[in-house]
Design a binder for this molecule. Structure first.
Ligand code: DQA
Length: 165
């Protein structure tokens, strides 16, 4: 199985940016963690990071017919990008959204996720471990979970779930 892991803007600054929120570890360490998590599942992995919305849309489109599943941390584009949502819907690959921080405990503008509408699952607040959980869910050992969850995948529930009331 081929998994594409996409990381959005400023995640390349891990270990430097807002360490009290995102931790001390660097982006290179995150990539090593993701590679190890994919290897544990016997999955092939490609990691892509960009600070540019269009580049992320282009990379999602390139996954069509080339990769089997997507793990995406759209970072700040989570809260603004209909283009990333549409790209995920266009390729229609199984996708899981990951965030390092716990969005429900942060500002109100972080309570909306557009890409979540095209994702089977959103995992937040677990730091690097969230990526492992997403990979396991997509690649196999989380398969039972996946069958249960996928019947409600991509509905408005994902979106409303993240709205602050
Ligand atoms: C983030 C959360 C986003 O709100 C923020 O803009 C990020 C990182 C996370 O991983 O916790 O850049 O996606």
């Amino acid at each position: 199985m081929k998994i594409l892991v996409i990381n959005g803007p400023n995640l390349n600054m891990l270990g430097i940016r807002e360490r009290e929120i995102y931790g001390e570890k660097s982006y290179a360490e995150l990539c090593a963690f993701i590679e190890a998590a994919c290897a544990e599942e016997g999955a092939e992995c490609t990691i892509f990071q960009s600070n540019h919305e269009g580049a992320i849309v282009d990379r999602i489109q390139r996954a069509y017919g080339a990769e089997d599943a997507i793990v995406i941390n759209p970072a700040a584009y989570t809260h603004t990008s209909v283009a990333i949502l549409d790209a995920l819907r266009a390729v229609a690959l199984p996708a899981v959204e990951v965030h390092l921080s716990r969005l429900s405990e942060r500002e109100s503008f972080r309570q909306i996720s557009y890409p979540a509408l095209a994702c089977e699952k959103t995992i937040d607040g677990l730091g690097f471990e969230g990526y492992r959980e997403a990979i396991r869910y997509l690649a196999g050992s989380g398969g039972a979970d996946r069958k249960r969850a996928s019947s409600s995948a991509g509905g408005d529930t994902c979106f409303v779930h993240n709205l602050m009331v």
